[in-house]
Design a protein around this ligand. Structure first.
Ligand code: ZN
Length: 280
């Protein structure tokens, strides 16, 4: 099942267009994509029984984030071996966790303002929860996942790494620093939900390409680790870490500039296009 946020309304993608969830369910489900995630089990049952009906064309440019207002956004650092190596860091024994504040969320066709400093890209698989999870073992963790999408963990490196103690969250939470989309894809749609190819191209040049099978901590392990401490809510979002190829690790470093176009892609999900301007 492929779910979108079409100009603020939850939609189910069909072969020939979009099914508007609120209309097709005769109001049983809200049009609000975030509210839909809070009733994900009910929605899945309804969608499985839905026998098709009117579809409408939709404008890909007007798709928004599939989870636009999560209560919590988690992000994971150093979760690919090659990225830990390019960062000059040892592999962590446990996940490195920070947050991107939800105000940084934007959609898959965003124009993002670059603040002063050095803004970098990080292609990431994004997990959206469809059930609450607290003290959830890894063996059951996927039962709590609504679907997968792709995102960019945009990061202003000077603020992120400012001494004396780096505080990742603020430097990764400027407006538009958490683009995600274009589609939320349920885990059953993937040939292997634990091995998804993902990457990005900057102005047409491939900068990152990897597969989530190379993650140090799997999606299930991340949910188990986070939920051992924090009760997770349906609709919460996890940015699962970036592979090698970020701008900061290049020689010379390649940070984002006004006019750049960043295309982020994942097999089985699609691609999103983020363009950059100087922040007003
Ligand atoms: Zn990241």
């Amino acid at each position: 099942m492929r779910i979108v946020n079409a100009a603020g309304r939850a939609g189910l993608l069909a072969d020939d267009g979009l099914v508007d969830v609120e209309s097709a369910s005769k109001g049983a489900f809200s049009a609000d994509p975030q509210a839909l995630l809070a009733r994900w089990d009910d929605f899945r049952s309804w969608a499985a029984a839905y026998d098709g009906g009117a579809t409408a064309p939709y404008d890909e440019e007007r798709l928004e984030a599939p989870a636009p207002r999560p209560r919590q956004v988690f992000a994971i650092g150093l979760n690919y071996r090659d990225h830990a190596a390019e960062s000059g860091m040892d592999l962590p024994d446990t996940p490195v966790v920070f947050t991107k504040f939800p105000a940084s969320i934007t959609g898959p066709s965003a124009v993002v303002g670059l603040p002063p400093g050095t803004v970098d890209f990080e292609t990431e698989l994004v997990v959206v929860l469809g059930r609450d999870a607290h003290r959830t073992p890894a063996a059951h963790a996927w039962d709590h996942v609504a679907g997968l999408t792709i995102g960019q963990d945009l990061s202003e490196r000077q603020l992120q790494l400012k001494p004396p103690a780096p505080q990742f969250s603020l430097g990764k939470s400027y407006p538009g620093f958490a683009p995600m989309g274009p589609v939320l894809v349920t885990p059953d749609e993937f040939a292997d939900r634990d091995d998804v190819v993902l990457g990005c191209r900057l102005n047409g040049e491939e900068m990152q390409k990897s597969r989530t099978g190379d993650m140090v901590f799997s999606v299930a392990e991340l949910i188990a680790y986070l939920s051992a401490v924090v009760p997770l809510h349906a609709g919460d979002v996890i940015f699962t870490g970036t592979p090698a190829g970020i701008g900061m690790a290049r020689t010379p470093a390649r940070f984002l500039r006004p006019g750049d176009e960043l295309v982020t892609f994942a097999e089985g999900i699609g691609s999103m296009r983020t363009t950059f301007v100087t922040a007003p």
